[in-house]
Design a protein around this ligand. Structure first.
Ligand code: BEZ
Length: 238
């Protein structure tokens, strides 16, 4: 069956679903997903192909930021529908030959899944035939320590991802969980956060009258409070 008529490519895990399980060979040995990552956040991401320039720039960027993600208890797992020997040769070439921006000699130490069979890519809805029948798109799954999918971002083949945004998503999800708040557009740690609906933090009237400490309301449905970057860091950094 060709990719375009294969119904299994239409599987699309959703936010709130449990991360589909699989075992796979990777550049760091065999993994059982998500069980090997219990207790950690994981970013499972796909790229279209080894030995391609946008993907190379992405891997160099992700590998260089790996410690920032690990400080947020987050591990990275890559995937493409290439085989293990291709992955190994590509990562060696990146380390030995490629310079990009201020990055050189970049060692990619997070696992990169061999998915020649497309078994994993299909389970995660990473094959989008309208974009490419034989390659994965740039999918990003944010999976929490209980193996629940918490956010998903897809990019097309021609556009490299913004890795500061991926880190912001991790910080935002962890901050929302830890402090029972929501985060407004373009939020960065240290900026005011949105407090939950009236009831959990004073009544709507108390908030509007300013009698609920620290909470400022523009209207009954739009209330914010300060949450310092230091307070967040104390709770969610390793
Ligand atoms: C790239 O990573 O450069 C790339 C991969 C597939 C299609 C187009 C670009």
């Amino acid at each position: 069956m060709d990719t375009i008529t294969d119904p299994s490519i239409n599987v699309m895990p959703r936010i709130g679903d449990r991360a589909p399980e699989f075992t796979a060979q990777t550049t760091q040995g065999q993994i059982s997903f998500p069980s090997d990552y219990a207790g950690k956040w994981t970013i499972l991401f796909s790229h279209p192909a080894d030995f391609t320039p946008v993907c190379t720039s992405e891997f160099m960027t992700f590998a260089t930021m790996q410690q920032d993600f690990q400080r947020h208890n987050t591990e990275l797992v890559g995937l493409s529908v290439d085989g293990l020997y291709s992955h190994i040769a590509w990562l060696r070439t990146i380390k030995e030959k490629i310079r990009f921006r201020d990055m050189a000699n970049v060692d990619v130490t997070f696992p990169l899944i061999d998915d020649v069979s497309m078994k994993v890519a299909k389970k995660y809805g990473m094959i989008m035939p309208g974009e490419a029948e034989t390659q994965a798109v740039r999918a990003v799954f944010f999976i929490d320590p209980e193996a629940t999918i918490r956010a998903i971002i897809y990019y097309p083949l021609s556009l490299g991802r913004n890795f500061d945004e991926l880190l912001r998503v991790i910080k935002g999800l962890q901050t929302a969980d830890a402090f029972n708040v929501a985060l407004p557009a373009d939020w960065q740690p240290g900026e005011r956060v949105i407090v939950p609906p009236a009831g959990s933090c004073g009544t709507a009237q108390e908030r509007m009258e300013g009698t609920t400490e620290g909470i400022e309301c523009e209207d009954w449905f739009f209330c914010t409070k300060e949450l310092s970057a230091e307070t967040i860091a104390k709770k969610i950094h390793r």
